[in-house]
Design a protein around this ligand. Structure first.
Ligand code: OGA
Ligand code: NI
Length: 394
């Protein structure tokens, strides 16, 4: 943290790049200026609620906060680990059933020996780190144009209510595939290796995503192409470089509020040395998805839940910030094209649970109102289906 003179900030600080009409209010800037108390803009727990919680506890406020942080990290559980070594040879059947079980039970798993060059993963993380490490004035040149689903550097990602609670997160968001959707204006020119690394990373991760979708399809039917075909050609690919600055009061904010991912499949690269940040809902627990070098965390997203008629689960997850250090993660999203209609695949759904939804509408709703658990997917449950009663069951 940079030593600064002057009072600690109590509200977001806006910066505007020269020649731009729009700005950004990075969380990072609050931290750099020595924020001591989380501004109300980011608070999920009100001061009153926090005080009530503290009053219930005999310990000092600091100790209570630490206990709560521990609780949020959950017990000794872990998401399934799947080794993809020899995935196309002798171990295929075994791997397919592990993938199926993980998608049905957890919606999340970790993969190792996945075929993506580990050095490329390290270079990707390194260039992301270098970009995030640039002075804010330089990053501000990549601030996304305000509006729906805007690419670029930012912090507040929703366009809905101005007073919606924000996440303790800054990011760079880019569309990667098909190549004609790329907007290179938002691709950093610093560090120098950023563009080339991102380009290569995009191709290798897309290839892996297809393989994993193939294994997931095989777990449901005898056909490798089932899910890929339903998602359609060309699939879209997007990337987030998520930066979660250290937070003086991690117990009152979210790094990323609980949500399920909207696309088909997500593959997350986490910073190896970072503390636990990502947590996955497993029944009533939040299970940490700890960083593991050379692995990807893979998760089923909403489109696959709908296509498989709920057999594969798009599970809620969230990110908690850490009091002492920042964390970087790089999720890559495999999505349908905007005009693709998503509905349960006939051969998997004798009685469909979900109505048909156009991916574009689903995506817009997410960026308008922000992440809120699984409320969007629940709203697609057909009203005559037993699961629709009651709608709020989670
Ligand atoms: C996301 C997400 C997890 C993380 O971007 O959808 O859940 O660890 N990210 O940043
Ligand atoms: Ni997510």
């Amino acid at each position: 943290m940079v030593a600064v003179r002057g009072p600690a900030p109590t509200a977001p600080i806006r910066i505007v790049a020269p020649g731009r009409e729009w700005g950004v209010e990075p969380v990072e800037l609050l931290v750099e200026r020595g924020v001591e108390k989380v501004p109300s803009t980011y608070r999920r727990v009100s001061v009153e609620e926090e005080e009530e919680l503290m009053a219930l506890n005999d310990n000092s406020i600091a100790a209570a906060a630490e206990v709560e942080e521990e609780d949020r990290i959950g017990s000794g559980m872990d998401i399934p680990l799947i080794d993809l070594k020899e995935w196309d040879e002798s171990h295929r059947e075994e791997i397919v059933s592990k993938v199926r079980e993980a998608c049905e039970e957890w919606g999340f798993f970790r993969i190792v020996n996945h075929g993506v060059d580990v050095h490329l993963m390290q270079r990707m993380m390194q260039v992301a780190k270098e970009f995030i490490g640039l002075p804010i004035e330089e990053k501000a040149a990549y601030v996304g144009r305000p509006g729906m689903i805007s690419q670029g550097y930012g912090s507040k990602y929703t366009i809905g209510a101005e007073d919606a609670v924000r996440d303790w997160r800054d990011y760079l968001f880019l569309w990667l595939q098909p190549e004609e959707v790329r907007d290179y204006a938002y691709w950093p020119s610093k560090p120098e290796a950023f563009r080339e690394t991102m380009d290569q990373y995009s191709r290798e991760v897309q290839e892996l995503a297809r393989k994993v979708l193939g294994l997931m399809s095989e777990g449901l039917a005898q056909r490798t192409g089932l899910l890929e075909e339903a998602i359609g050609e060309p699939p879209y690919q997007k990337v987030l470089i998520n930066y979660y600055p250290a937070c003086p009061q991690p117990q009152v904010v979210d790094g990323f509020h609980q949500h399920s991912d909207i696309g088909a499949l997500t593959m997350v690269l986490q910073e190896d040395e970072a503390p636990v940040g990502l947590q996955v809902r497993y029944h009533n627990h939040w299970v940490p998805a700890r960083p593991l070098p050379a692995s990807f965390v893979v998760n089923v997203a909403d489109q696959v839940e709908i296509l498989t008629n709920g057999r594969y689960k798009s599970i809620e997850h969230r990110v908690v910030p850490n009091r002492h250090r920042s964390r970087l993660s790089i999720p890559v999203f495999y999505d349908a094209a905007p005009d693709v209609m998503i509905s349960p695949v006939k051969e998997l759904a004798q009685i469909p649970i979900y109505k048909q939804v156009k991916f574009d509408d689903h995506e817009h709703a997410f960026y308008e109102y922000g992440a809120n658990g699984k409320n969007m997917v629940q709203s697609y449950i057909l009203s005559n289906h037993p699961l629709a009663q009651p709608l709020s069951a989670s």
